[in-house]
Design a binder for this molecule. Structure first.
Ligand code: KG4
Ligand code: ZN
Length: 345
C-alpha cells in the first residue's frame, strides 16, 4: 500500500438485510472488501409450509437480528465505534420482515449517532457483482433473477438504473419453485430442479418460450408454468409415468432460453460491453453457462457473483450502501419499510 492510500479514509459500513427469509448482517469496507457476511437462513422452517410464511419470518428476524449483527461485528474484528454508516434494506419485500431490519438500523443509528442509509433490495443484488469483480464499473447491463423479481436493468452509473424490462406475472425463481412443487420436488425449487435436471434431457418436452407482445424486454413465466401443469395433467390422464428429470431439464431450458434471448437483444440494442447476472436464480449453473457462451460469442465480458452472494445477504447491501454514502444519500429516523419500493426512488 502506498502512503497515499494509507491516508485515504476507509469507509466501514455495517449492513443489515431482512426483506424475506434470511436475517443477515455484514461489514463491508469501501464497498468491495467484505470483512464479514453472516446469514441466518429460515429456510428449514418455511420448508415445512412449502413457502415463506410472512408472520413466521418477522418473528424469526426479531429473534435473530441482534445475534447476527454481533457476529458480523465480531468476525470483522470491529465494534460499533469503528462503523461509519449503517446501510439497511428498506424495500421491496415483506413489510413485517423489512420493519425488523429498518427498526434495528434506526435504533443503532440514533443510539450511536451513526449515519443511516436506506438501500433498495434489487440495487443490493446488482451490487453483489462489485464484491468479487474489483474491475467492474458502470455502465453495464444486469439481469436480476430472484424469487420475487425478474428485472433487466441498465446500470448507467452507481445508483442510476434504467429498467428495460421486467416480469408481467411470476418471477423466474417463483416459476422454479412452483414447477418444483408440481413435480413433487418440494421447496425451495430452484436448486432441486437444477440438481435433477442433470439426469434429464432438456429437449424432451417442447415447453413454450413466452413472449410479451408489447414489451420486447418484458418476461412472462405464468404461461410456461401453466404449460408444465397441463403437461403433467395430460400425462396423468393418459396414465403415463412422469419423468421428473426430463420435465425439470426442459422447463429449465425454456426459462434459460428466454432470459438469454432478452439479455442478448438488450446488449445489442444498447451496445453494452459488460453484462452481469444477480439474484438467487443467478446461481443456476445452466443459466450461467448459457449466458457465458452467449456473451463470449459477442465479445461481451460476463460477470456473476458466487452463489453465497447471489442469494439474499447483507454484503451486497453494504456494497450498494457505500456508493449511496459517497453520493451523500442519508436516511432520516423516519425511514420506513416500503414493501413495493420501485428501483430508482
Ligand atoms: O435472491 P433470492 O435468495 O431471494 C429473493 O430475493 O427472492 O432468490 C430465491 C430464489 C428462489 O425462488 C429459489 O428457488 C431460486 O432463487 N434459486 C434458484 C437456484 N437457487 C436458488 N433457481 C434456479 N436454480 C438455482 N440453483
Ligand atoms: Zn433477493
Amino acid at each position: 500500500m502506498t502512503n497515499n492510500q494509507n491516508l485515504e479514509k476507509e469507509i466501514k459500513i455495517l449492513a443489515i438485510e431482512s426483506s424475506c427469509d434470511e436475517t443477515a448482517a455484514a461489514v463491508v469496507v469501501n464497498g468491495r472488501d467484505v470483512r464479514s457476511n453472516v446469514i441466518s437462513s429460515q429456510i428449514d422452517l418455511h420448508t415445512l409450509y412449502g413457502g415463506v410464511v410472512p408472520e413466521i419470518a418477522s418473528r424469526k428476524h426479531i429473534e435473530k437480528i441482534n445475534q447476527v449483527i454481533e457476529e458480523a461485528l465480531a468476525k470483522a474484528e470491529m465494534t460499533l465505534d469503528d462503523i461509519d454508516a449503517i446501510a439497511v434494506t428498506y424495500g421491496p419485500g415483506l413489510v413485517g420482515a423489512l420493519l425488523v431490519g429498518v427498526a434495528e438500523a434506526k435504533a443503532i443509528s440514533f443510539a450511536r449517532n451513526i449515519p443511516l442509509i436506506g438501500v433498495h433490495h434489487i440495487e443490493g443484488h446488482i451490487s453483489a457483482n462489485y464484491i468479487e469483480n474489483k474491475d467492474l464499473e458502470p455502465p453495464f447491463l444486469c439481469l436480476v433473477v430472484s424469487g420475487g423479481h425478474t428485472h433487466l436493468v441498465r446500470v448507467a452509473d452507481y445508483g442510476k438504473y434504467e429498467i428495460l424490462g421486467k416480469t408481467r406475472d411470476d418471477a423466474a425463481g417463483e416459476a422454479f419453485d412452483k414447477v418444483a412443487r408440481a413435480i413433487g420436488l418440494g421447496y425451495p425449487g430452484g436448486p432441486k430442479i437444477e440438481k435433477i435436471s442433470h439426469e434429464g434431457n432438456p429437449d424432451a418436452i417442447a415447453f413454450p418460450r413466452a413472449k410479451v407482445a408489447d414489451g420486447v424486454y418484458d418476461f412472462s413465466f405464468s404461461g410456461l408454468k401453466s404449460a408444465v401443469l397441463n403437461y403433467l395433467n395430460g400425462a396423468k390422464m393418459k396414465g403415463e409415468e412422469i419423468n421428473q428429470a426430463n420435465v425439470a431439464a426442459s422447463f429449465q431450458k425454456s426459462v434459460t432460453d428466454v432470459l438469454v434471448e432478452h439479455a442478448m437483444h438488450a446488449i445489442d440494442e444498447y451496445q453494452m460491453d459488460k453484462f452481469a447476472i444477480a439474484g438467487g436464480v443467478a446461481s443456476n449453473g445452466t443459466l450461467r453457462k448459457a449466458m457465458e457462451e452467449a456473451c463470449a460469442k459477442k465479445g461481451v465480458k460476463f460477470y456473476h457473483p458466487s452463489p453465497i452472494l447471489c442469494t439474499d445477504n447483507a454484503a451486497m447491501i453494504g456494497a450498494a450502501g457505500y456508493y449511496d454514502y459517497l453520493a451523500g444519500k442519508r436516511a432520516g429516523l423516519d425511514l420506513n419499510a416500503v414493501p413495493n419500493l420501485k428501483l430508482g426512488e
